[in-house]
Each structure stands twice: as C-alpha cells, then as structure tokens.
Ligand binder design. Structure first.
Ligand code: SF4
Length: 366
C-alpha cells in the first residue's frame, strides 16, 4: 500500500478572500454601513436584496439612490465565486457547479431537486486535510479554509437557480469538499446565516441543515452547545479501529469508541438523531461481520432512537482500487442491520454520472 498522506488540521496561511456582506453579523453590517458614510437602515435594505431577493446586481437595488449602489456593491458584495463549469444529470434535477475563487482555488457544490424538496451539498474547504485514502478530494490535501461568505454564496447561487420556478433550497448538507469541523468558525457562521430569519439570513430551518464530520471530537462537543439543532452526520465507514485507522486516518487521534460517544452525546443534548454515514467499499468494509459489529457498537449506547445509519454506495473514481460493493453484499449488510433493529437506509446514487456523491467531490478541471 502507498504511504499514508499526513493529516492537516490547520488551514495553511494564505491570503483571505475579500470581506463580503455574508461574512458579517447583522450588527457588524450596520456598523460597516455607517462607517462607510451611509445611514444604518441601508444595511437592512442590502440584506433584503441579498438574502430575500437574491439580488446582487446593484442595478436591481431600485430602493437605493443610484449614486450609492455601485460603491455599496463594490464594498460589500465582491464576487467571490466564479463559475468554471456546470454539469447536469438526472434530467436536469442534479446540477454540479465547479467554482474558482479569488486565489484560483476550486470547489464544487451540488444542487439536487427531489419531488418533495431541494438539497444543496456545499463545500467547506478547498481540498481536505483528512487524507481518507478512498476519497479523491483527500488525495489533493488541504489548500485552505473557505470563508463564511464563500460557503453562503454556494447556497445563494443554488437558491437563485431555483427562483424562477418558485422553488427554494430546503436542505443544506455540508458534505462536499472538506471537513466542516476543521473550519468550524466559518461553518458555524455560515449556518447562522442560513437559519437567521429574513432579511438577516436565508430563513431556513436548522433541521434542514446537516453538518458532517469524520470525528473531530472536541468540535462535535462544541457543536452540541451552539443552540442550533442541526443534524450531525458522523462519517464512520468502519466499526473497528483497525480498519478505521486506515480508511479514516483521523481515527488515530479519536477512535471509534470516542467518536461514537461524542455522537451519542450530541444526540442526547440536542435531541436530534445522529446520522452515521458508511460508504460501502467492496471487500474492504462491507463484510457481514462488520455489519454485525456496527450494530453492536451503536447498540452499546442504548436504544435505536438516537441514531440512523445511512449506507452510501461507493462512487468509484477512475484508476482507484476502491470500488462499490457487490449488490448481494450490500443487501446482506442492510439485512443484518435491519435484523438487529438498526434504522438504516441506502442513499440514492444521485449525481453518480457526474461524480456528485457527497464527500467524494473532486474539483478537477477537465
Ligand atoms: S472523505 Fe471527506 S473528510 Fe475524508 S478526505 Fe474526503 S472530503 Fe475529506
């Protein structure tokens, strides 16, 4: 096996993107507007344009004097994301966008329309430092943390795409590129903007937001104290330390027992059911005995109300030795969990033809 990549927990020090309206709290927006020589109520007008109307073109800010529109846009709404490419699949219901940022770092986001909801999968870092060997993003290492506004802008773009149809983004999942808990401050700041009522934010329900993690235990504990009942998704991928040390290298820092304890604590404190994510990889983690072991380690924490297992068929990347489970192995895995009473679903493979499986996004320009 090739040498494991190093874990990178701290973002390399690089230039930061320009400050944006979505980086600021409502109080900071008022202060900034006044500091720029405008009346404080302009802050509310700008927020209404941005979060409610999804209007970033100053020509559309018709309730503001024409003389100030351009300077406000320049000061507070610099363009952070430049679209490089958009791919669609599933008859146009799945849209993946590749973005280039101010420093040429690239990230992706995916918009998925279902009959009853719209889910947006966003990236929280350019690259990822968690070095999971089966993940294309992990192989490139971490370039940098995204800013709060760079995260929010991905959702604003998705909402804008839906606007003409009268649709809106109902769910946001932090399962694109990056480990959200390694960029905690920006991720929590972005979540606050998603759930803040209009016009200060997008007015989404916290229940519609899912934050994933490979298991940065101190951050999981911190998330439980934020008072925002988001869904926590723990990417477990193996129920035993021996295999998880290899598949999810951060396990050498916080092991299976510790991450499951932290997940259980999160469920206990927030009363939100935790999702256990488990990518099924052929002959690696999909054996029947691992299904039994998974049930056992989850059950140790009490009845099933606190947890739900989400099995994810592997989305193979070209040239990778990791591939999807055989159908019969997947079915056996599910059957064994169900037999033990574990709530389990198999994630649909939405976007498979455009590499759109969350957590396996890779920003390659080809
Ligand atoms: S699976 Fe997730 S945490 Fe692991 S390297 Fe890929 S993006 Fe990072």
């Amino acid at each position: 096996m090739s040498k494991p990549l190093p874990l990178i927990l701290e973002s390399p020090r690089r230039g930061q993107p320009p400050k944006h309206w979505a980086d600021l709290t409502p109080a900071q927006r008022r202060e900034s507007i006044e500091a720029a020589g405008h009346r404080a109520f302009r802050a509310r007008q700008l927020s209404a344009h941005y979060f409610e109307g999804l209007r970033t073109d100053p020509a559309e800010w018709t309730d503001l004097p024409e003389t100030v529109r351009a300077s406000l846009a320049e000061a507070f709404m610099p363009q952070l994301l430049r679209e490089v490419r958009t791919q669609t699949a599933d008859d146009g219901d799945t849209v993946k966008t590749l973005w280039r940022m101010f420093d040429n770092a690239m990230v992706e986001s995916v918009l998925m329309r279902y009959p009853d909801r719209v889910t947006m999968c966003v990236s929280s870092q350019a690259g990822c430092g968690m070095a999971c060997p089966f993940c294309a993003t992990g192989q490139g290492g971490l370039q940098r943390n995204l800013s709060q506004a760079e995260i929010v802008e991905q959702v604003i773009d998705g909402s804008r795409r839906l606007k003409a149809d009268g649709d809106r983004v109902n769910n946001v999942v932090f399962m694109g590129m990056g480990e959200p808990m390694a960029n905690y401050k920006a991720v929590i700041g972005a979540v606050r903007q998603l759930v803040a009522p209009n016009p200060d934010g997008l007015g989404m329900s916290a229940r519609g937001v899912t934050v994933s993690t490979v298991g940065l235990v101190p951050r999981m504990q911190q998330l439980a104290t934020e008072g925002i009942p988001v869904t926590l998704a723990l990417s477990l991928h193996a129920p035993d330390d021996e295999l998880r040390d290899e598949l999810v290298p951060i396990n050498t820092r916080w092991n299976v027992d510790e991450v499951i304890n932290a997940a259980w604590e999160y469920a206990r404190q927030t009363k939100r059911r935790v999702s256990i994510e488990y990518i099924l990889i052929r002959d690696v983690n999909d054996q029947a005995f691992r299904a039994d072991l998974l049930a056992k380690v989850l059950k140790r924490r009490g009845n099933w109300g606190w947890v739900h297992v989400n099995l994810i068929p592997m989305n193979p990347t070209p040239g990778s030795r990791w591939t999807a489970s055989r159908r019969r192995d997947e079915e056996e895995f599910v059957r064994r969990l169900r037999d033990k009473g574990v709530p389990v679903t198999v994630r649909d493979t939405r976007g498979r033809e455009i590499d759109g499986a969350c957590g396996q996004l890779a920003a390659h320009e080809s």
